[in-house]
Design a protein around this ligand. Structure first.
Ligand SMILES: NC(=O)c1ccc[n+]([C@@H]2O[C@H](COP(=O)([O-])OP(=O)(O)OC[C@H]3O[C@@H](n4cnc5c(N)ncnc54)[C@H](O)[C@@H]3O)[C@@H](O)[C@H]2O)c1
Length: 331
């Protein structure tokens, strides 16, 4: 007789999204197409925006996350502006509902830690939306460097000013993605930070050149800004035996290896799967909600990356310093 999964195991998870701007609309679109999810409703104080997205996707529309929770959900995606992640995530968790909080987890390390502690106490799944980990080109780089002795990582994430300026600069908005990647690629904490930032056009920093050293001894560099007329996202990783180059936009990943004394070497393009990163992220989140297993990006990891990002601002031009100083700087 064929195996019949229990009804509960196949029931789609009831999910809502709060904050239906650029990122929240993308979450809602992907969730509406995921077999394991039922997009119940979206929430935004901009009622017209919530209703427009809901009408398009065929779900309900409400104007705040409390009304969303009243609908009885298994999980909520928080894609409201970053300064609202903390109060909204705490309400969602208090209702016993699992939550995916967009990156960065919160505005401050203390708020981020409160979110993590609340989720631990309430025993709900908390995942942070570091979606770049689910980019297949990033996965291909990670696979290519597995088991290699890593020496350095250089990441470029530049582009024009975003259409709507949020109240954070490039370090908290963009570099936090790459701080997460550096920690993930190396499996190690960042213990030294040497930041250079400046505000050429905006009130907050719009250019940052950040250097790091991990506990495992890897050197890393992030070049990010909102002053480049085109978007570029590249990752270069030097290992003892290989040099791996990933273009995160074209999703082309190349490795150079087999260096010979005459200066010649071999080069090959690596296979990169096709997948929408946000879909892969949401599938992982829903799987963690269903199984109770730790999510792909934990709350602690989100807080650790935020802590380093904030230290790049508070520790500006102070030279290098150790993790104990980072803790003092970010409180
Ligand atoms: N993972 C990524 O790559 C990525 C990319 C972009 C943005 N983000 C994150 O997503 C979040 C939202 O960014 P965005 O670019 O979509 O911003 P956005 O300004 O486009 O959208 C924010 C939405 O939240 C709504 N909102 C305001 N107050 C609210 C409240 N109390 N409850 C619910 N909704 C509320 C606004 O009306 C707006 O529609 C930020 O935390 C940002 O860092 C992540």
């Amino acid at each position: 007789m064929a195996y019949q999964p229990a009804a509960e195991a196949v029931r789609p998870l009831r999910v809502g999204v709060t904050g239906i701007g650029i990122m929240g609309s993308n979450h809602a679109r992907v969730l509406s197409q995921l077999p394991g999810a039922e997009l119940v409703a979206v929430a935004d104080p901009d009622r017209a925006q919530a209703e427009r997205v809901a009408g398009f996707l065929g779900c309900g529309a409400v104007t705040d996350h409390r009304a969303l929770l009243d609908l009885g959900l298994d999980a909520v995606i928080v894609a409201a502006p970053t300064h609202l992640h903390h109060p909204i995530a705490l309400d969602v968790i208090a209702s016993g509902t699992s939550v995916l909080v967009e990156k960065p987890v919160a505005s401050t390390v203390a708020e981020g830690r409160e979110i993590v502690a609340a989720a631990d106490r309430r025993k709900v799944t908390l995942m942070i939306g570091h979606v770049e980990r689910f980019n297949p080109a990033v996965q291909a780089v990670k696979d290519a460097i597995a088991g290699e002795e890593l020496l350095s990582i250089a990441i470029t994430r530049v582009g024009p000013f975003p259409p709507r300026m949020s109240n954070v600069g490039v370090v908290i908005d963009l570099a936090v993605h790459d701080i997460d990647l550096i920690r993930w690629f190396t499996g190690s904490d960042i213990v030294e930070v040497q930041p250079q930032t400046s505000s050429a056009m905006a009130e907050r920093e719009d250019i940052a050149l950040l250097q790091f050293r991990t506990a495992s001894g890897v050197l890393a560099h992030i070049n990010t800004n909102w002053l480049t007329p085109f978007k570029a996202r590249t990752v270069h990783v030097a290992t003892r035996k290989k040099y791996v180059i990933g273009d995160l936009l074209t999703r082309q990943v190349t490795e150079c290896f087999d260096y010979r004394p005459d200066g010649s070497y071999s080069m090959r393009h690596l296979p990169v799967a096709y997948a929408e990163p946000l879909r892969a992220e949401l599938e992982q989140f829903l799987s963690a909600v269903r199984t109770g297993r730790p999510p792909a990006v934990t709350g602690d990891e989100g807080v650790a990356s935020l802590e380093i990002a904030i230290s790049c601002l508070t520790g500006r031009s102070e030279g290098s310093f150790r993790s104990a100083d980072l803790r003092r700087a970010t409180g």
